[in-house]
Design a protein around this ligand. Structure first.
Ligand code: NCD
Length: 304
């Protein structure tokens, strides 16, 4: 039995297979529409979510399976003081697979120790978010036609942004990738992530101004400042509008740039950018559902 707790739990070959499967589902949805008949997915969300939870649920439904779960800690027995371990032990009696989001780093990993069914980390605090990374990889592959030979810029809250950490860990394994990190000093990529890049001799630069580097990028990954992870509101208010991608900045970018964002967006991308063909973030939402279908099939060892 396999869990997905960290994107590095998957080999590059397995990631390729998942992306290929997702593309086959896009092309031939009917072929897959009954393959999860009789299977149940539980979504245990101790933190807010729109895309991740609903795309998991839509994915299971499109494969002919069923879903159950909760979308906030206060409607579960966590509110009475139940441990995460006891919650997943319980839910494993009702469901074949669990997708879990939790504000505490490592909570899904701890839960996996006692859980007899596969657990998928759907975001743990400011740490990891591997299924968003699968979504991002499928988006980059479809938009750019490759996952190697890319200059990829990450902009915004690179400290608390879990999608950033997971995507860096995935992209660093492809050939000829260069990273450009654009953030205020206070929101830099954590040292443990930078150390992994250094250890593998992978090039990166850190800058504060998006205008200075946007013209060099193949991919720009925008992120929201993660208000819920700040210790004080004043600091959040000071940093929240550090970056706004607008039409003026898009003028400086390459004609074949791909702009991604895991969403939700707050202010960091002007809505005027949405109609630019380089804005990929709503296509990215759609790809997230297909890649989660592929992942559910893999972890439940379902074939068609
Ligand atoms: C992200 C998350 O939850 O980490 N959202 C998502 O899953 N698509 C990004 C965010 O909340 O900023």
């Amino acid at each position: 039995m396999r869990h997905l707790l960290d994107i590095r739990d998957l080999s590059l070959e397995e990631i390729d297979q998942l992306l290929d499967r997702a593309e086959d589902i896009i092309e031939n949805p009917k072929k897959y529409s009954e393959c999860m008949h009789g299977k149940k997915l539980a979504t245990l969300f101790f933190e807010p979510s729109t895309r991740t939870r609903l795309s998991f649920e839509a994915a299971m439904m499109e494969l002919g399976g069923n879903v159950l779960g909760f979308s906030e800690a206060k409607s579960s027995s966590a509110a009475k003081g139940e441990s995460v371990a006891d919650t997943v032990r319980t839910v494993s009696c009702y469901a074949d697979i669990i997708a879990m989001r939790h504000p505490r780093e490592g909570a899904p990993t701890a839960a996996a120790q006692v859980c007899p069914v596969p657990i998928i980390n759907a975001g743990d605090g400011g740490h990891n978010h591997p299924t968003q990374t699968l979504t991002d990889l499928l988006t980059i592959r479809r938009e750019k036609g490759r996952l190697n030979q890319l200059v990829i810029g990450f902009c915004g809250d690179l400290k608390f942004g879990r999608t950033v950490h997971s995507l860096i860990h995935a992209m660093m394994r492809y050939e000829d990738i260069r990273f450009v990190f654009i953030s205020p000093k206070e929101l830099r990529v954590p040292d443990y992530v930078l150390e992994t890049l250094q250890k593998h001799g992978i090039g990166y630069t850190e800058v504060e101004k998006l205008e200075d580097v946007i013209g060099t990028l193949d991919v720009l990954y925008m992120t929201r400042v993660q208000r819920e992870r700040f210790f004080n509101e004043e600091e959040y208010l000071r940093l929240k509008d550090s970056y706004v991608l607008d039409l003026e900045k898009m003028e400086l970018a390459r004609k074949d740039l791909a702009v991604l964002h895991p969403l939700p967006r707050v202010n960091e991308i002007s809505v005027k950018v949405d109609s630019d063909p380089r804005a990929c973030y709503f296509r990215q939402v759609l790809y997230g559902k297909f890649v989660r279908e592929a992942l559910l099939m893999k972890l439940l060892e379902v074939e068609v």
